[in-house]
Ligand binder design. Structure first.
Ligand code: BG6
Length: 488
């Protein structure tokens, strides 16, 4: 097992799975963007089984970047000049020997495993056996297991070759500008923290709605379903950012190291510790807290088994058993073929304790609304007086809206951080296990989905099965995102 030197920048970038889909859709465009912004000046080596040449890899890169709509001739020329290709089987020692030769004088490579999870073990072992794990870092992509037991086994496999601080698990949601802003907004605004707890917060909702279906990825989706695909990871990570305690940066500071980098490192560690703590305080789900749905027509998708009971929609209610959140219902909903594509967080506040005016009457209560994608929006729900003689009010949303500009994509941000050894935006092994612990009781083996919460068919373009309403506590109602520039 090899530790990474967190002070050092990686000096080579190697990506396994160079001919695959992930490299095509995400890695090539991110590499070009990093070069364009002057953040990448090192050898780049693609590895895969196909018998390709360097030029074929360059062609693939060009094609991918053109398709992404971001082609930049200068940056691409530089990328192209740095790209090399190694053809080899991931289970063959010879592949790693070739790689060692190609790495030349590089001492601190970053390896990106854009390969199926079944290959994580063989590749990390091959790297370690060849001496290539020394001082190196490794990036892996979800799924990090398919339940708690398999996630624990995966962590063990990875730890046999790489130390935890050298492993960078990508959850691309954590690389999103709007998700980073959740944390910033919470802790950079004086007015938030005093009310950010059970005395003032009535409920928390997160909805990840996708207007599209499984987009030809039926075979992949059959192995996961909505809970494994986006709730165990993206949604619980967002929830952890919303509900964690204030990170204790001072406790993490290392007196031996000073300056902005040391503060950054301490902050990142402290944040991940608090995220772990709150994930561990989430009560494991009971099947009665979950509603699963499948859109009509899913069964006709290529790659989907006849009579499949895999969920394309899930709605759940959960609780965090700690002093800050005890008793506050938290609702999470994610689904395909819903009326819009939009991810929103709604924090609803309780009404004033001694209402003087009509606050309890009708209309919206006070709330914080965060739209995390596709555009960014923050809205504060307030009540203001309607002009006239009577002291009667109405709902007024104070809205800040941003169209995505030319900000970094999640992959550019995350690859850049991994190259620098900055691990704050990556999911630690203990956090992955804590998140599986929450959803584990409602997961069923792919072979028998009927064991867990029942599944109901819903019509495309609706908000999932009507049963999703039933998990709301008291008078709570789902807030349905729209694609409008102001909340509905
Ligand atoms: C991926 C899931 O992790 O996230 C997909 O596998 C989902 O099913 C995607 O569509 C959504 O990501 P984003 O960034 O478009 O919200």
């Amino acid at each position: 097992m090899t530790r990474s030197d967190s002070d050092s920048h990686s000096d080579a970038f190697v990506f396994f799975g160079a001919t695959g889909d992930l490299a095509y859709k995400q890695i090539f465009p991110a590499l070009q963007a990093m070069i364009k912004h002057g953040h990448l000046d090192l050898p780049i080596i693609g590895v895969a089984k196909s018998d390709w040449t360097d030029d074929q890899l360059r062609e693939r890169a060009r094609d991918s970047i053109e398709k992404s709509g971001c082609f930049d001739a200068d940056a691409f020329a530089k990328l192209s000049a740095r790209l090399q290709y190694i053809s080899g089987d991931y289970k063959d020692d010879g592949t790693y020997a070739q790689l060692r030769t190609a790495l030349g004088a590089a001492k601190r490579p970053l390896y990106y495993l854009a390969v199926p999870p079944s290959m994580f073990g063989p590749v990390t072992q091959g790297l370690a056996k060849s001496g290539g794990a020394e001082n190196a870092r490794v990036i892996i992509e979800k799924p990090f297991g398919r339940d708690l037991a398999s996630a624990q086994a995966l962590n063990q496999t990875l730890h046999a070759s790489f130390a935890e601080d050298a492993i960078f698990r990508i959850d691309h949601y954590l690389g999103k500008e709007a998700v980073e802003n959740l944390l910033y907004f919470r802790f950079a605004n004086t007015f938030v923290e005093p009310i950010w707890h059970r005395d003032y917060v009535a409920s928390i909702q997160i909805t990840m709605a996708e207007h599209f279906g499984v987009q030809g990825r039926g075979a992949f989706y059959e192995e996961v379903g909505a809970i494994r695909d986006v709730i165990q990871n993206h949604m619980l990570q967002v929830l952890a950012l919303l509900t964690m305690e204030i990170p204790d940066i001072a406790a993490k500071s290392d007196n031996q190291r000073t300056g902005p980098e040391a503060v950054h490192g301490a902050t990142q560690d402290a944040i991940r510790d608090e995220k772990l703590r709150v994930l561990s305080a989430m009560r494991p789900l009971d099947p009665s807290d979950v509603v699963r749905g499948q859109f009509r027509g899913y069964g006709d998708e290529p790659g989907v088994a006849a009579g499949s009971r895999v969920e394309t929609f899930a709605a759940l209610r959960l609780y965090i058993d700690n002093a800050r959140w005890a008793g506050v219902p938290i609702y999470i909903r994610a689904g395909k073929e819903l009326p819009v594509t939009c991810t929103e967080v709604m924090i609803e506040l309780k009404p004033p304790r001694n209402p003087v005016f009509d606050t309890e009457a009708s209309g919206h209560p006070n709330y914080f609304l965060f739209r995390l994608g596709p555009d960014q929006l923050i809205a504060l729900g307030t009540r203001t007086k309607i002009p006239g003689e009577a002291m009667i009010g109405g709902a007024t949303a104070l809205v800040a809206h941003r169209h995505p500009g030319d900000e970094m994509t999640p992959y550019e941000r995350l690859l850049g951080d991994a190259l620098q050894g900055s691990a704050g935006l990556f999911t630690r092994g203990d956090m992955v296990e804590a998140a599986w612990r929450v959803v584990d009781p409602v997961l069923a083996p792919a072979s028998d989905q009927s064991e867990v919460a029942p599944i109901a068919v819903y019509e495309p373009n609706t908000w999932g099965p009507p049963a999703a309403e039933k998990i709301m506590a008291g008078d709570d109602q789902w807030h349905n995102p729209t694609s409008e520039e102001a909340p509905s």
